[in-house]
Design a protein around this ligand. Structure first.
Ligand SMILES: N[C@@H](CCC(=O)N[C@@H](CSC=O)C(=O)NCC(=O)O)C(=O)O
Length: 298
C-alpha cells in the first residue's frame, strides 16, 4: 500500500503529513494524518496513536488538540486515523452523527450492510500500523518521504477521546504487548450500558448475542480477568462539566469499579472539575497524556 501525501504542514519544528491510502480492510480510501517531530529527521521515533471521537476526521485533534508541542519536545510521532470509512455507499451511512460515517466505533461489523466496509478494528490494528512501518510513501506533488524509516515499530502507545477513548482502551486491552501504555480523554468506558454504545453495537454487532458485545467493552474486558495483577499503565481524564458524562454516556465509574474488583494496578482516573467534552478540555490535558505515553515509550 502506498500513502498519497495530500499536504505537508510545518508545525512545532516538525511537520504534519495529511495522507490518503486505499484500505483493503474497509475497501475504501482512508484518510490518516501523521505528526513527525523534528527528532524524526535524524532518528527513529516512537509513535502515539490518537483515536478520535464521533463526527471527527484526522483534522479535529491535529488542529486543536495541542498534542504537538509536547510531542515535538519529547520526539514522538502522532498518528491520527479517521473514525470510519467514508463514501461506502451504504444507505443511511450519513444520516446520524453517532452511527455510520464518523462513528465506526473501532470494531469489525458483522451485521449487513455494514460488515462489507466497517472493519475499523482490523483497519487500525492489522492494516494501518503494519503499513506505516513498512511502506514507502510517495506523492507526485511532494518530494518523496519514507515514513517507515522514521518510525520505531517496537514503541507504540495509544490514546483517544470519547468513542476514541473506548477504542484506545479496548484495542489496548485486547492486544497485550502491542502498545506500551494507554490513556483516554472522556472515554466511553462501558459501551454495552450507554445509549451511544448500545446503538453502535446493535447496528454493527447485532442485538442477539450480548456476550459478543463484552469483547468490545473496556469495563467487561477488565472484568474478564486477563489483566488481574497486571499494570495497566493507564491514564484517564473526565470533566465533571461534561454533559455526555452527566447523561451516562461515559460511565468511567463502572470501569474504575471493574479495575478495583479485578485487582488491576497502575490505573489513574482523574475527574477534572468543570471541564466539558470539547477540545478545550483535551488541549488542557494534552501535555499530561503525551508525557504519560513518553514515560513508557522511552
Ligand atoms: N451532537 C454533536 C456530538 C458530536 C461530538 O460532540 N463529538 C465529539 C466526540 S463525542 C464522542 O465520541 C467531538 O470530538 N467532536 C468534534 C469536535 O471538534 O469537537 C455533534 O453532532 O457535533
Amino acid at each position: 500500500m502506498v500513502f498519497e501525501i495530500k499536504s505537508r504542514i510545518a508545525t512545532f519544528g516538525g511537520e504534519l503529513l495529511k495522507l490518503s491510502h486505499a484500505s483493503s480492510a474497509t475497501k475504501t480510501p482512508m484518510a490518516v494524518s501523521i505528526y513527525l517531530p523534528p527528532a524524526s529527521k535524524t532518528t527513529r521515533v516512537p509513535v502515539l496513536l490518537y483515536l478520535s471521537g464521533l463526527t471527527c476526521t484526522p483534522d479535529n485533534c491535529s488542529e486543536k488538540g495541542f498534542l504537538h508541542a509536547t510531542a515535538s519536545k519529547r520526539g514522538i510521532a502522532i498518528v491520527y486515523p479517521d473514525t470510519s470509512p467514508r463514501g461506502a455507499n451504504i444507505a443511511g451511512e450519513d444520516d446520524a452523527y453517532d452511527f455510520g460515517s464518523g462513528a465506526g466505533f473501532y470494531v469489525d461489523a458483522v451485521q449487513e450492510p455494514w460488515s462489507n466496509h466497517y472493519k475499523m478494528e482490523t483497519y487500525i490494528v492489522s492494516e494501518l500500523l503494519t503499513s506505516l512501518f513498512e511502506e514507502l510513501s510517495s506523492s507526485s506533488s511532494s518530494p518523496e518521504i519514507n515514513i517507515a524509516e522514521k518510525l520505531d515499530k517496537s514503541r507504540i502507545s495509544i490514546t483517544g477521546h470519547s468513542m476514541g477513548g473506548h477504542g484506545a482502551l479496548t484495542l489496548y486491552l485486547k492486544n497485550p504487548g502491542l502498545f506500551k501504555s494507554v490513556s483516554a480523554f472522556a472515554p466511553i468506558s462501558n459501551p454495552s450500558r450507554c445509549p451511544w454504545g448500545e446503538k453502535a453495537f446493535a447496528g454493527y454487532l447485532g442485538s442477539d448475542d450480548k456476550e459478543e458485545w463484552k469483547k468490545h467493552d473496556a469495563t467487561e474486558l477488565v472484568k474478564a480477568g486477563g489483566w488481574k495483577g497486571k499494570d495497566l499503565k493507564a491514564l484517564i481524564d473526565v470533566g465533571t462539566g461534561d454533559d455526555f458524562y452527566k447523561q451516562g454516556q461515559l460511565l468511567p465509574e463502572n470501569f474504575e469499579a471493574a479495575v478495583k474488583e479485578a485487582g488491576v494496578s497502575d490505573v489513574t482516573v482523574r475527574y477534572q472539575e468543570n471541564y466539558d467534552h470539547s477540545y478545550y478540555f483535551i488541549s488542557t490535558f494534552a501535555q499530561d497524556h503525551v508525557e504519560h505515553a513518553a514515560k513508557y515509550l522511552f
